[in-house]
Write a protein that binds this ligand. Structure first.
Ligand code: DGJ
Length: 482
């Protein structure tokens, strides 16, 4: 085929030559060489202008195409392909799937997702391996602190970690990491046949760790309320995506979370405070930020001590970002709409060298969907979309964020440009057995779909989440806290 193509193209050029019409661009030999001269001159000028532009960007700190390829992180950035054979399909319970996954077409991928979500399928078992394969810090460190995305992950007491939709705080005061998340250790049920699968509020769990691999349960630092049915934290309500930051002025640990009723119509944020990272946290109140409905949310503390709330709003059609007050207990009056009409949720915000990044998911209940990375120079926006950050695995895994949904992105202090992407592999048929997908995320190289081009150069670096069946943190990841 390529030979035929080249014959055709040669024939065409011959025809063009014989039928060439006189034109003002039809120079003789002498004119041809001056044209080349002009072209070379123009190309040279453009190159010099581009080099000048790049050096200016570097000098002014506006060069955002950042390369993170440190020798220590090379292994994390290996592209690992995954070739699994799908088990033979079984009859999916249509009612269960209808309730779990709404408004999805019947593409091949969505059929596989329906099957994966059905707790009784072999495909489901493939991605929710049994406890016999659990990551277990009580067994010593023979398996040398590997993360295994999707496996049961035990704490230092040998119990499955219950910290879903969570986030991590590095506490300078105790030089310890604290992982806060939803404790979902209860039975899954539906309030009504069309409702989402749910678990009663048990509370927010806290785990501590120095190495990010072996986690000690510090208890339920914000428990559900058993008796007062009008309380936001009554067990019949919804508490999701708790995140904690430390306020250096007030010396309080401040927790923000999504507060809702069983039907997700309250759509509010809740705030709680504590003097200690391990609680107990006192619940203050819930409210709708600026009067808007607020579902999936996160908070982000910037280097200058300012903190921001990001929340999915207007029926999940867009996100809003708002600075918090100095005590982190409320939002200020400033508000910006971002990613309007994009239907994004599960925001996880992080920063590298003056650029802010965010990973989001689409809105599809507990079902996985493709992640997107976004970036901006100004946290209040506008935010640009960079594309799907997932690398490796296979097409299906990349289309489903490795069968997970973003919740937090944790910087690794000794490895600038490398982060841990934290996500939930939800198990709607048994939410308490939802798993964690932690993978290395790095910023480097040019983004695939950067919309903002200046002088032909995309302004953003690529955000990549690398699939690994098993991986561990490289030496030196802690350096700057040592
Ligand atoms: C997706 C959200 O990201 C989760 O936190 C949870 O609210 C589920 N939807 C409920 O269906």
């Amino acid at each position: 085929m390529p030979a035929a193509v080249s014959v055709v193209s040669r024939g065409r050029s011959k025809m063009r030559n014989t039928q060439r019409k006189p034109s003002i661009l039809n120079f003789d030999a002498g004119c041809g060489s001056s044209l080349s001269f002009i072209v070379i001159g123009l190309v040279g000028f453009t190159l010099i202008a581009c080099l000048f532009f790049i050096s200016h960007q570097v000098k002014t700190g506006h060069a955002h195409s950042y390369s993170s390829h440190l020798p220590a992180t090379r292994e994390l950035e290996q592209v690992e392909e995954e070739h699994f054979r799908l088990p033979p399909p079984h009859k999916v319970n249509p009612r269960a799937v209808k309730r779990t996954v709404k408004r999805r077409g019947s593409t091949k991928a969505s059929k596989i997702i329906d099957e994966y979500l059905d707790g009784s399928s072999a495909l489901h078992d493939m991605f929710f391996p049994s406890e016999t394969t659990a990551v277990n810090p009580t067994k010593g460190r023979n398996d040398s602190m590997y993360f295994y995305p999707g496996r049961v992950w035990l704490d230092t007491d040998g119990n499955a970690i219950q910290a879903h939709g969570g986030g991590i705080l590095y506490d300078q005061n105790t030089a310890t990491y604290y992982w806060y998340g939803e404790n979902k250790d209860g039975p899954t049920y539906q309030i009504h046949p069309e409702g989402a699968q749910r678990i009663d509020i048990i509370g927010v769990s806290c785990y501590s760790s120095k190495d990010l691999w072996s986690w000690t349960h510090e208890g339920i630092v914000l428990p559900g309320e058993r008796t007062n049915i009008t309380h936001d934290l009554h067990i019949s309500k919804v508490l999701e995506r708790p995140k904690v930051i430390y306020n250096d002025r007030t010396r309080q640990y401040v927790m923000w979370m999504h507060i809702d009723d069983g039907n997700y119509t309250k759509a509010s944020v809740g705030v709680a405070v504590s003097r200690s990272p391990t609680g107990p946290f006192s619940y203050l109140y819930s409210f709708r930020p600026h009067g808007f409905d607020s579902r999936d949310m996160t908070i982000f503390k910037d280097d200058d001590g300012m903190a921001y709330l990001f929340y999915a709003t207007r029926g999940n059609t867009e996100l809003h970002v708002s600075p918090l007050t100095a005590d982190y207990l409320n939002v200020t009056s400033a508000i910006r709409r971002i990613l309007v009409r994009r239907f994004r949720e599960a925001p996880a915000v992080f920063k590298l060298r003056g650029t802010y990044y965010m990973i989001t998911s689409r809105c599809s209940g507990w079902a996985p969907n493709p992640a997107l990375a976004h970036a901006t120079h100004k946290i209040m926006g506008p935010w640009e979309t960079l594309g799907n950050p997932c690398v490796g695995g296979n097409h299906f895994l990349r289309l489903t964020t490795f069968l997970s949904q973003s919740t937090f992105v944790l910087p690794l202090p000794g490895l600038p440009g490398t982060f841990i992407f934290m996500a939930d592999r939800w198990n709607p048929s048994d939410l308490c057995d939802s798993r964690y997908v932690w993978l290395p995320l790095s910023i480097g190289g040019l983004a695939d779909e950067a919309l903002d081009y200046s002088f032909g150069f995309p302004s953003w670096s690529r955000v990549s989440i690398y699939w690994h069946r098993k991986w561990r943190l490289p030496e030196g990841w802690r350096k700057s806290y040592a």
